[in-house]
Design a protein. Structure first.
Length: 243
């Protein structure tokens, strides 16, 4: 059972360098820490927006290369989403449903994550970003590089914005993690509860990360009580699997 967190601090790493395909995210994080006069401490958690991970990992798709099939064309007509985007959603998912008359499209990503649009994020009118190929592996690589560079043991949670089928708007959830157990077990008056702890971390970081255009893709959370674990977000998914 994890010791409850009674208080914590959170900082946005800004100004943060613009990430281009192939860039070194750990180096960018170190640069932002220096610019913000921040020093990592043991147990710190770095919450990283999935968009910069996808960018660094070159997960961009040119929509001109996507040929929509009949199902994508029908879903496009119903939801108003561009047919190539819908085709990518279908390609990235194992099943889907349309919430409401015109969407959003809620899809079970092939990784086992249930996400709005299977995590496909439009990039202007001509492209789209897919999720990292293996978010847990990406989180481990980030954690290892930062720990090696600093000598400080930290945890990493990769976050993604996501909508809910039952309401408007978006929140922030975890899609990858390293060095932090994805589930927290709490007990109260004899009742045992499993909490999706990395989602709670992502939601807290989301207050700083914000949504499109915010420009702060990494937040540092300090003072959290958690168990160190490399099981990753995949470990708590009902239908998760590693690529």
């Amino acid at each position: 059972m994890t010791t409850p967190t009674t208080q914590f601090s959170a900082f946005g790493l800004e100004p943060f360098p613009t990430i281009a395909p192939g860039d070194d995210i750990p180096a960018a994080i170190m640069s932002a820490l220096t610019a913000g006069n921040l020093t990592l401490q043991p147990g710190d958690v770095l919450a990283v927006a999935s968009k910069i991970v996808s960018t660094a990992e070159k997960r961009y798709v040119d929509l001109s290369s996507v040929i929509p099939g009949p199902e994508a064309l029908a879903l496009s007509a119903r939801t108003g989403k561009p047919a190539p985007i819908v085709q990518l959603i279908l390609d990235e998912s194992t099943e889907h449903f349309v919430a409401g008359d015109r969407g959003p499209i809620i899809a079970t990503h092939r990784l086992g994550l249930q996400l709005t649009s299977a995590g496909v994020d439009r990039a202007g009118t001509g492209g789209a970003w897919l999720l990292p190929e293996d978010p847990d592996a990406s989180a481990r690589a980030l954690r290892d590089a930062i720990t090696t560079a600093t000598g400080v043991t930290v945890a990493v949670v990769i976050c993604d914005s996501d909508g809910r089928a039952d309401r408007a708007g978006a929140t922030v959830i975890s899609i990858g993690a390293a060095g932090i157990a994805p589930l927290r077990i709490t007990t109260y008056t004899g009742k045992r509860q499993e909490e999706t702890f990395t989602d709670l971390v992502a939601a807290a970081a989301g207050l700083i990360l914000g949504q499109r255009g915010r420009g702060v893709p990494v937040a540092l959370l300090r003072g959290l009580e958690y168990e160190s674990d490399d099981a990753g977000v995949t470990a708590m998914l009902h239908r998760g699997h590693r690529p």
